[in-house]
Write a protein that binds this ligand. Structure first.
Ligand SMILES: C[S@@+](CC[C@H](N)C(=O)[O-])C[C@H]1O[C@@H](n2cnc3c(N)ncnc32)[C@H](O)[C@@H]1O
Length: 232
């Protein structure tokens, strides 16, 4: 699936997107995640990537000082803009997660919910370089995504030779899309951020995983770590 097809899929799915959060067996985990996220960003200016309809933006707004929430789809951003965010100023910006053009910085926190799993493995390092370039040294980064659970998750339809797995998703109008959906374990996740992060925690719930780390390098240092060498 191309980047354009992924964007098209989510634009078409915008109206039915949050039904995924209604699955009865996932409610305990979701409650725990909502509570955790609501308390994570005290005093921090947060940049959220691929915010979708703003479900997690709303949780983060309980503690964040401010939020810039980005997504590539105007359809989902329009839904998100209708939500209530209390006293937290939230700005929604259309931006491609792979470039974040038009997004200023540096922010003191980053949030990535249910987007990591859609990034083809070959693109992850580039995505992280772009995200980290918008964050200050010492920023808190939170990443949340699905675990694969037989009987609850959409079955994996195939795996390619770069290690990406795929799911075939059907929308209410009957259209079908094959999307990248990867399910990294703790070691795989930590390997991706090891060179630029410290204090990484990885929490495994029944249906989800939640990672948190501190960005240990500045934007300038990250240019110098493009070869993968450790800078701290
Ligand atoms: C699985 S949804 C997650 C939405 C939201 N974070 C949540 O957890 O409810 C993935 C989101 O990625 C967005 N998206 C897809 N491709 C993108 C890209 N290249 N840049 C930014 N957002 C993108 C879609 O529009 C969609 O809102």
């Amino acid at each position: 699936m191309t980047k354009a097809e992924t964007i098209d899929y989510y634009a078409k799915r915008s109206a039915e997107y949050e039904r995924i959060y209604d699955k009865p067996e996932r409610q305990n985990d979701l409650e725990q995640l909502r509570t955790t996220l609501a308390g994570m960003f005290g005093g921090l200016d947060l940049l959220e990537i691929a915010c979708g309809t703003g479900y997690w933006t709303q949780c983060a707004s309980r503690s964040a000082t401010s939020i810039v929430a980005t997504d590539y789809s105007e359809e989902v951003l329009d839904i998100a803009r209708e939500k209530e965010f209390g006293d937290c100023p939230v700005t929604f910006v259309k931006a491609d997660a792979y470039s974040l053009d038009g997004v200023d910085g540096p922010f003191s926190a980053g949030l990535v919910c249910f987007w990591w799993s859609h990034i083809p493995n070959v693109q992850i390092d580039n995505f992280l370089r772009v995200l980290h370039s918008k964050l200050a040294k010492g920023a808190t980064v939170v990443v949340l995504d699905n675990r694969y659970v037989e009987g609850s998750s959409t079955p994996i339809s195939r795996t390619d030779n770069e290690g990406n797995s795929y799911q075939t998703r059907k929308l209410g109008d009957g259209s079908k899309y094959e999307i990248v959906k990867n399910f990294p374990n703790e070691d795989e996740f930590k390997r991706r951020i090891d060179a630029v992060a410290e204090d990484c925690s990885f929490t495994t719930l029944e249906y989800f995983w939640l990672a948190q780390y501190t960005l240990a390098v500045s934007a300038a240092d990250q240019g110098a770590t493009a070869d993968g060498s450790r800078r701290r």
